[in-house]
Design a protein around this ligand. Sequence first.
Ligand SMILES: [Mn+2]
Length: 356
Amino acid sequence: MEPIQKLCESLGAEECAVICSNVSRRFLSGVPSSAGTLLLTCESGTLYLDSRYYEMACIKKERGLLPALLAVEPAVFSEAFAALCQSGKYKRAYLEDQRMTYAEWHAFEKKYPTLELCPLENRVDALRLVKSADEIRRIRAAQALAEEALTATLPKIEAGRTELFVAAELEHYMKLHGAEDASFGTICVGGKKSSLPHGRPEDIVLEKNSFLTIDFGCKLEGYCSDMTRTFCIGRADEEMRRVYDTVLTAQRAGLAAARAGVKGCEVDHAARRVIEQAGYGEYFGHSTGHGIGLEVHEAPSFSPRYEGIIPAGAVLSVEPGIYLPGRFGVRIEDLVVITEDGGENLNRFPKDLMEL
Ligand SMILES: [Mn+2]
């Protein structure tokens, strides 16, 4: 059953849900837009769009690409909804409390005083947890394209190039080959800067015998990829190797622990234990992984605090790292599709230390 149908069927006869966030609206309707409102009732869905998106949505509808129960309207939502409310059709409206501001909630309350407003909580996000075969296909394709970009860029990475050059090459390749965009601002940090887990690429020249960490991804058909590799430009010394091998062992331990039915924190512990035992525990400050899909970070999570059960069909990253301030850092990240007996790694790109 389509997610939109599940949500509609969970509503009572006098209830509606008003979906205003771009990401929820896109997930439920299949129409990407930066504005619009999706109104759901127990039996139907109506997507209100302005002229910037209306024709595109109609074309998708004609091609059978939208959910069967979804109607597309060129009307202004607030006017149409005010009329529906006056007719007494709805007593209760669910709003996306987790994806709107306090001011927006109160403006809605003021505009439609006859309605009882209720928080939708995470009911849309919960439907996004387990990916459909088609969503997994898109993430897999996005990841494959990112890996292709990295393979094409690798020969151009050498001492004397800048962080910005490498980041731009990757993004250029991905866009030239069909990516809608990068999933997020490409992280490309060399030398001492590789200790900054989310450092930004700058006009800084890469130096010989130093690490370069690249964390990047692209969006294809709305879905994100995300991967990280740390390379050595020139030769790695003994400590650089020890840190690299520790992160790689931790990453493999995390991947091995990832399967349907485990708690998210158990996967984090599996990876973190390796880093702690090697004496680098205090230098691994973030979570082991995060869910990915329409958003680059979404539920569920391989965080030390995530007690939730990881279901089959979820897609998450496994990305432990060690960051020695002012010196260097290493992170290795793959994406994994959770299955009953383990996980399918979506990455093919090698992980053993590469000296470029
Ligand atoms: Mn990530």
